[in-house]
Design a protein around this ligand. Structure first.
Ligand code: SIN
Ligand code: MN
Length: 213
């Protein structure tokens, strides 16, 4: 469903088996040799998610991408698995857009997890001007997702992102403000056997745009 020009919400884009596989993979990565961590942002605030970046690392102090986690432990960002890339390409295609992602931000929200309104604007001027989409996939508990306009004060629409949902924002929607105001605990499909919420957002940085051109 296109909810605004360039913004698409796909309910249950993933089957329950695909959701389980994605959650298992995310958990293994987050508890792996380069573990997820709770970033402290530039202003000193602590984020309300556990984060792991794949492909390239988003530095929470400089708001730039880098290959090693210089704001945290100096470890290299783990590679973006090819099946993650394929999933992102497929979902972008369903929205009629193309994406060749070189990075993914994996977030885990506990019952009290949330994320303030922000724009995704660090991927680089070329990627953003081209309207190359961000593809977001969620598994686990339902989130109250806020989708606003191009200015912070623009009105926001609240919608539920449920387990298996995908959300794509590109083209004229690429820089729209968005955030997660809350998670509703214990709303994950019982078959998944966990609580909390994984969200993965796939992006294409200017590095990848240059490599392709
Ligand atoms: C994000 O904006 O980076 C995450 C959005 C979400 O968790 O749905
Ligand atoms: Mn975002």
């Amino acid at each position: 469903m296109e909810i605004a020009p360039g913004a698409h919400h796909f309910r249950r884009a993933l089957t329950i088996d695909e959701q389980r596989a994605l959650a298992d993979r995310c958990r293994a990565l987050m508890d792996g040799p380069v573990p997820a961590y709770v970033p402290i942002v530039r202003g000193g605030g602590t984020m309300h998610v556990r984060m792991l970046c794949l492909g390239r690392h988003w530095n929470a102090q400089t708001y730039q991408y880098e290959s090693t986690r210089t704001d945290y432990d100096g470890l290299p960002a783990p590679p973006l698995p090819p099946e993650f890339q394929a999933l992102a390409r497929d979902i972008a295609g369903r929205a009629g857009m193309s994406l060749d992602p070189d990075l993914c931000i994996l977030n885990f929200y506990e019952a009290d997890g949330r994320m303030g309104l922000h724009q995704d604007k660090d991927e680089g001027p070329v990627s953003i001007a081209a309207g190359i989409p961000v593809v977001s996939v969620s598994v686990g508990d339902t989130a109250r997702f806020l989708f606003g306009g191009l200015k912070r004060r623009d009105p926001v629409e609240a919608m539920s992102l449920c387990s298996g949902d995908a959300f794509v924002f590109g083209g004229p929607a690429r820089l729209r403000y968005h955030g997660v105001s809350r998670i509703t605990p214990h709303t994950a499909p019982p078959e998944l056997g966990f609580s909390g919420r994984f969200n993965v957002t796939f992006r294409q940085s200017d590095e990848a745009c240059r490599a392709l051109s």
